[in-house]
Ligand binder design. Sequence first.
Ligand code: MN
Length: 736
Amino acid sequence: MAEVKYSEAEVKELARLYKDLLRGTYQELTTEDKKSIRKAFDLSIEAHKDQRRKSGEPYVYHPIAVAKIVADEIGLGATSIIAALLHDVVEDTSYTLEDIEQIFGETIARIVNGLTKIKSLSNESSSLQAENYRKMLLTLHDDVRVILIKIADRYHNMLTLDAMIPEKQARIAAETLYIYAPLAHRLGLYTIKTELEDLGLKYTEPEVYYSIARQIKESKQKREKYINSFSEIIKSSLENEGYIFEIHGRTKSIHSIRNKMKRQGVSFEEVYDKFAIRIIYKPQSKDEKHDAWKIYSIVTDHFSPNPVRLRDWMTQPKSTGYEALHTTVMGPGGKWVEVQIRSQRMHEIAEKGYAAHYKYKHGTSKESGLDQWLNKLKDALENSEEDAIDFVESIKLNLYSKEIYTFTPDGEIKSLPKGATPIDFAYAVHTEVGEHCRGAKVNGKIVPLNKELTSGDQVEIITSENQKPKQAWLDYAVTSRARSKIKSSLKEEQKRLAEEGKEILQRKLKSIKVKFNDKTINNLVNYFKLKTSLDLFFRIGNGAVSNSDLKKFAAVQNNTLYSLFKTKRPKKKISSVQDNDEVSQKFDMVVFGKDEETLPYTPAKCCNPIPGDKVFGFTTINEGIKLHRQDCPNAINLQANYRYRILKAVWIDSTQREFKVNINVSGIDNVGIVNDVTLVISNAMNVNIQRINIDSEAGYFEGHIRVSVKNIDQLNKLIENLKSIEGVRKVEREKS
Ligand code: MN
């Protein structure tokens, strides 16, 4: 060993590390290889002898750890192990690239040079990340091993990031999420990619990281119990077929849970509730694909599969080399469970990437197999489209399936035509369920009844005794079964209402002293521009024609001259606040998010957005929200890699700003109440309905309405108008 500046304990540790490094290589090494590695190991110890890490440890522990990751986790051969041991030598010590080339040859010198270049780039300011990324990819044309070793280097730095000053921690972590994790993913290094993401999150958003980590820990038992209950059911069947296998729950990474929560706006429980199970088997035959399908058939004997979520990555592996058979089945308790079926070989590929692929294909220590892998990696990276196969696969499924498969809460399949809605589903379950359908939950979330279902949706119909089929349902339903049932009940309902209406009309005409006879009815039909008396009776019955309408009719009846000028059906007059007829647009304010909040921000220097530009907000780690133009050169990268940090933003005219207000309305239900309420709101100038929800039960209704208004005057006017609706008892602005 080299002359020392190391303590006795450290020398011992170095000897242990050396043994450990050689023992754990994935590729088999020749004696020649081992000799060279020893030389590099000693040189690294010697070169770094004056350096210590912040923790006080000898610096050389770092290149050794990187070499270990390269050898064991990534599975590269001697050349890469040597380059990893030397990767910081030229940068940090008195050794030159020429020295390296002289001792280890041209290839290793070139790789070390590549690694040194990347380092000097990433030391520049963090705003150059995009450019940095591009340049790093360009170096791939030299040798993809540079990237693989760089990933290992970054991985180890992330593992030991505590030893860095906090400002550096956040920057390095952000860069890791931005550059290294996607690269590792692209190269099929799933395990490392996941680690990088989790570590990245830990240092960029520690509160989020620790909160999810805690929740995972807390729900561990429940999860294991479920997975056990699943495996119990298929275990004996698999054993009966003579399979040697393991069943694991796949643990979702903290980062991916967080992304899902952000992207889909759901809670931890909702994300974590989705289980994935891996069955890793030892092939019985030479044809491991055949075994996978056999296991698939055993699994689906016990659990009904979702036919559109079958993925055969064995016949057509992913561009990263990933192979497996995926299916999603309805597990115990009506829960979707993804089942990944993999042979031991496939599993190793999934964990390690191509290194395993070629080890199996070409036997051990065939450097040629490794070269093929490296070439393939280059192809994968140069072909910048993300998972092309994934993409094509999903398009194909959506394009060609005219039928969708949905599920009841108990896991029963209901196949429906494409475009079907919860109404169709409800009628498919039972006419009674359809007729009393009041709402629906899809995958646990309340959805509108016109929501288009997709394959795999689990649909729960909420019914109510008081509910009846509505005219609007005909716009939602696509199945002929649902449509004909809705039509016939509507017809019956119309008849019933018309009969009621006729009686009401008789009574009402009497009270305004108008005779109920054919002539009056004819006049009424004409006055309201209807076609038949049934039309009229029906509209009286359902409340579309109100008392005041009738009174106006009576007034007109009594003054036929006046009627020449006033033949149009009078509408309820709704007062409204007038704005100026013409308001010019002047953009002077940026608002963020769905709720159009005003938040502090600074314009990004890279694209300098000006008022009126199409823009988005990007939450930076240290500098708050930056406003970028949508056509900013950095936009695509930011949006691709940091979706969850993007904020919707828009320039507005502050004088035209709208405020969202929740209003609660309640009162006595009558058939036309929803119409009246919506009519009042939509007739109010410049008030927009964002959401309206009216529930009625036993003659009493309660509505929650969300509107946007420009000012308090508009709001007050609107509330006043709502109060004047027949039947409305209470109108209140919700305190938020
Ligand atoms: Mn390093």
